[in-house]
Design a protein around this ligand. Structure first.
Ligand code: G1P
Length: 307
């Protein structure tokens, strides 16, 4: 059965504690960490808005109301602040943002479960508030929705290739087949050790789910880290015989990861260096900085000298 109804609802979980970025995220939510010249969550909301998701529910934790203040303010909604080529399309005043609290936060699956009433009986997108996807000719979630609707799947997840040693940071899929670039998924494992990882394809923070997910979320025991995992609920869908599929990021699409200091600093530097307005100056600075740090005889771009 193919579902023809447009998908217009999206859920943005943003209630994680961000402990891997302490002390930066002790007071400031990790979704507010700048990735280039804008906070991560702003990039996520822009992607969703351009993909046609007009009703967006942001799930925050107590003490993270700054997210609401930012996204509700002018700054969060202005099309001109978009950094992707397609961002100009985000001039839509009809995008409605909603906020709810996950209290206490009991994992990503529990966050998604908070959206049950908002979602009703419609398929919906989940986009993690700290997972920025950049590049490509159109928002990734638009491609994901199209792949989901073309097949009538119960769940379609975005994935990307990872190095074997990274598997313990992500949900990893087992692949049962492929059709026109879309993978059929037979199982999903949350944060497996490299020896146990069923493939090198990790969930990249974008999902399209049918409301059937809520039944499984309700019945789930705590999974990895003692938390309710959305990965486990999707695996339960697959085990129940439902179609679960995955769409890999395209050649030009890249996921920027705010997760820890190493990945965060790369995400920030990359987004700055590729920025359409600020990138050229920043790349120039980086070149000079690196050549100075590698050989102190080269000029220091942060120091004014006589010569
Ligand atoms: C979550 C998901 C994981 C996914 C990852 C993507 O993990 O549980 O399956 O691969 O996001 O960023 P978290 O980073 O919240 O621990």
């Amino acid at each position: 059965m193919k579902r023809a109804n447009p998908i217009t609802k999206a859920v943005v979980p943003a209630a994680g504690s961000g402990t891997r970025l302490y002390p930066l995220t002790k007071v400031q939510p990790k979704e507010m960490m700048p990735v280039g010249p804008r906070p991560a969550i702003q990039a996520v909301v822009e992607e969703l808005a351009v993909a046609g998701l007009t009703d967006i529910l942001v799930i925050v934790a107590p003490g993270k109301s700054v997210l609401e203040a930012h996204l509700d303010g002018e700054e969060g909604r202005r099309a001109e602040s978009g950094r992707e080529p397609w961002a100009a399309e985000f001039a839509d005043p009809d995008v409605r943002l909603y906020f709810t609290r996950q209290n206490p936060p009991r994992g990503l699956g529990d966050a998604v479960a908070c959206a049950e009433r908002f979602v009703g009986d419609e398929d919906f997108v989940v986009a993690l508030g700290d997972a920025v996807i950049t590049g490509g000719p159109e928002p990734f979630s638009r491609r994901l929705v199209a792949a989901h609707q073309a097949s009538g799947a119960a769940a379609t997840v975005g994935v990307r290739r990872i190095r074997p040693e990274e598997s313990s940071r992500y949900g990893v899929i087992a692949v049962a087949g492929e059709r026109q670039g879309v993978l059929r998924v037979s199982d999903l494992v949350e944060k497996p050790n490299p020896e146990q990882a069923p493939s090198d394809l990790a969930i990249c923070g974008r999902y399209v789910l049918s409301p059937g997910i809520f039944t499984h979320l309700r019945d789930l025991p705590p999974g990895h880290g003692g938390e309710i995992q959305v990965t486990d609920a999707i695996a339960a869908l697959a085990r129940a015989g439902e179609l679960v599929q995955a769409l890999p990021l395209g050649a030009e699409e890249l996921r920027l990861d705010v997760g820890n200091f190493g990945s965060y600093s790369r995400a920030f530097v990359r987004a700055m260096a590729a920025d359409p307005e600020l990138g050229a100056d920043f790349r120039d600075y980086l070149r000079q900085l690196v050549s100075h740090l590698e050989d102190s005889a080269n000029p220091d771009p942060d120091r004014v000298t006589d010569d």
